[in-house]
Structures are given as structure tokens and as C-alpha cells.
Design a protein around this ligand. Structure first.
Ligand code: PLP
Ligand code: COI
Length: 340
């Protein structure tokens, strides 16, 4: 039985659900893990995560399809991205097949919290891992905890699909050869000041440029960029210091294979941005959030799509992607993982 929640009016917040998955790593091995009810974590005051931020995470969603199934979108890609992240942070990999199984188990255990089809809400799934034993010299932990919790969510940005205003940030997000391409907690810790400052000044997000030259578009704090050219191509930044968004990689396929568009995945210079017809942020949380305006230190870039609605091409991408995720449009092989 679906919980009695006002699904259409929830935002992107944390709501405790019934069960979470927990597995511990000790003496070089992961235990078998279990679904537990306790939503709290107890660890050493000197845990590596608390002292040196040795933590990483993933994010994906469960959806109710039109015909009443609960499905996940490409969880295998979250599993493999988390493996890449763990290797870069000297953390033990949680086996990818077990990751996908644990996602399915925890969603099934919280099935009552999966919002109904058409409600506009989804169940956000947050796998994460941290170094849990005491470490005082700078080195990786020996013990780790891998957990997955779920929480029902609505739109990431207030106003849902309304275009947002963002600013070009003076802060950098990720250095060349740094950690921008992995989902490390530290990438988000260092963005907190920039996001609070942006919000205080009335912007929904920061556009980060490449740290080395400040001439190329990277991403925002929590999403990749997509741009639509005046002649209808999809352009999306390529960089070794941005997160390889699963939503963005999927949209590239949707654009080319479903909508017959030309897709360019390449370096995007900030100077080009003023010439695009549409701009959006894409990610699991953001889905596709249209950007209406970018403020570059007082110089405004206003996209022709305006501040009222998503641009027409962005809308087609949005409808096709969410149609696939919610089972209304046939998905490419392997994209939809049926849970129940
Ligand atoms: N970029 C950053 C920095 C993110 O945190 C996210 C969110 O996961 C994304 C991009 C989008 O990635 P995905 O589409 O895999 O959710
Ligand atoms: C996601 O989209 O899953 C993310 O992790 C982004 C985060 C900033 C909420």
C-alpha cells in the first residue's frame, strides 16, 4: 500500500523510510550485508570519514511505471561509477552485481514509498560508503561501511520545470587531474560555500568553468550541462574533470537514436554559450532543469527559450527520457531494471 503522502507537493528533501541496506568491510572482505531499521550510524570519533572526508556516494531513482511495476534506471552504471570512485579514493569496491542487488532489495523493502505513476515524485536512492575506523595519520581506513537509503523526492529546483537563473562562479570546482570525475563527498563539501553564496545572491546554481583557463564550461554543483544550437543540435561539454553523468550519457542516445538529432560531445567554450538556443542542467536529481539566464558578472546571457517554459527541444528530450524511465516509451536494451 502506497503511503499517504502528498506526492505532488514534496521537494527534494530527506524523509526517513523503513529500511536501509548496510554492509561492513573488515579484514579485507565485505560481510553479507542486511536490511536494517536503524537510520543512524555509530562510528569512532576518529573515523577516516570524519577526519579526512573519505566518503563517496551515488544517486539513482526508482519509478512506478504506467502498468504498475517498480523499476530503476541503469543501476549498473551507478555500480560501475562507484567502483571508479572507490579506486580513486583508496576505498574497497563493493562488487557491482551485489550493488545492483542491494539497490533492488532496499527499494523492494520500501516499496510503499515509491511514488505512484504520474505523481511527479520518485524514490531517490542514495548508495554511499565511508571509512569507518579510527585513522589519525593521513592514510586510508581499513574498515568501511556501505549503505543504501531511499527517500521520496520531488523536483530538485523549486518551481519544477520552470527555467532557473544561474551565475558563472569565481570558485573552481575541480582541478585538472583532481577528483571532479568521481562522486567523492569532498567535491560537494568544497562547493557548499559557492552554493550558499549563489543562493544568497538569488541564483539557483553555479556554472563552473575549467580551473586551468576559466574559458571552458564544466558543470554545476550537481548536474552536467546540455545546450541546443539554433539549428537543433545537442552540444554537451567533454572534460576529464566533470562527473560522467548517466543522465547526460542517456540523453546523448535519446537525442541521436530517438529524436534523430546530431550530438556533439566536445569542449565547450564559454564564449559560445551566448549563441545557443536552449540550455539545461541534467542529472538524476535535476532530471532536465531548463536554464533561462546565465549571469556572467553582471553580463546576462538570456536564452531565446525565455523564463516561462522549457525550450521546445529540451522539452522533447525531457519527455522522451522520462517516458523511457516510466515505461511509456520502449527503452534501449538493458536500461530498465524491473524490481517488482
Ligand atoms: N554532475 C554532478 C557534479 C553530480 O553530482 C551529478 C549527480 O549525480 C551529475 C553531474 C549528474 O549525474 P547523473 O546523471 O549520473 O545523476
Ligand atoms: C544526483 O543527481 O543524484 C546527485 O547526486 C546530485 C546531488 C547534488 C543531489
Amino acid at each position: 500500500m502506497s503511503k499517504n503522502i502528498d506526492w505532488s507537493n514534496i521537494g527534494f528533501g530527506y524523509m526517513e523510510t523503513d529500511k536501509r541496506f548496510v554492509s561492513n568491510y573488515k579484514d579485507g572482505a565485505w560481510d553479507q550485508g542486511a536490511l536494517v531499521s536503524d537510520a543512524t550510524v555509530t562510528i569512532s570519533e576518529c573515523a577516516c570519514v570524519l577526519q579526512y572526508a573519505q566518503t563517496c556516494f551515488e544517486g539513482l531513482k526508482a519509478y512506478t511505471t504506467e502498468d504498475g511495476h517498480i523499476v530503476c534506471f541503469r543501476p549498473d552504471l551507478n555500480a560501475s561509477r562507484m567502483s571508479d570512485t572507490c579506486k580513486r579514493l583508496e576505498m574497497p569496491v563493493f562488487p557491482e552485481d551485489r550493488f545492483v542487488q542491494a539497490v533492488a532489495d532496499v527499494v523492494k523493502a520500501n516499496a510503499d514509498y515509491v511514488p505512484p505513476f504520474g505523481s511527479g515524485a520518485t524514490l531517490y536512492i542514495r548508495p554511499y560508503m565511508f571509512g569507518s575506523n579510527a585513522v589519525i595519520g593521513v592514510k586510508p581506513a581499513d574498515e568501511y561501511q556501505f549503505r543504501i537509503f531511499t527517500t521520496p523526492v520531488g523536483p530538485y529546483f523549486k518551481g519544477g520545470a520552470k527555467p532557473i537563473v544561474i551565475r558563472v562562479s569565481d570558485f573552481d570546482r575541480a582541478a585538472p587531474h583532481g577528483t571532479g570525475h568521481i562522486k567523492a563527498g569532498l567535491n560537494y563539501a568544497m562547493s557548499l560555500h559557492a552554493i550558499v553564496d549563489a543562493h544568497n545572491q538569488g541564483y539557483a546554481e553555479n556554472m563552473y568553468l575549467d580551473a586551468a583557463t576559466h574559458t571552458k564550461v564544466e558543470e554545476t554543483g550537481g548536474a552536467n550541462f546540455i545546450f541546443i544550437t539554433k539549428d537543433g543540435k545537442l552540444v554537451t561539454p567533454k572534460s576529464d574533470s566533470i562527473l560522467p553523468s548517466i543522465t547526460r550519457r542517456s540523453l546523448m542516445v535519446v537525442a541521436e537514436k530517438y529524436l534523430g538529432m546530431t550530438v556533439e560531445h566536445r569542449e565547450v567554450y564559454f564564449d559560445e554559450v551566448k549563441d545557443f538556443a536552449e540550455c539545461g542542467l541534467c542529472g538524476t536529481a535535476a532530471v532536465i532543469s531548463p536554464v533561462g539566464k546565465i549571469d556572467d558578472h553582471g553580463k546576462e546571457i538570456c536564452f531565446p527559450s525565455g523564463m516561462d517554459d522549457m525550450g521546445p527541444v529540451t522539452k522533447k528530450l525531457y519527455d522522451t527520457l522520462t517516458g523511457i524511465q516510466m515505461g511509456k516509451i520502449e527503452a534501449p536494451e538493458g536500461w530498465i531494471h524491473v524490481i517488482q
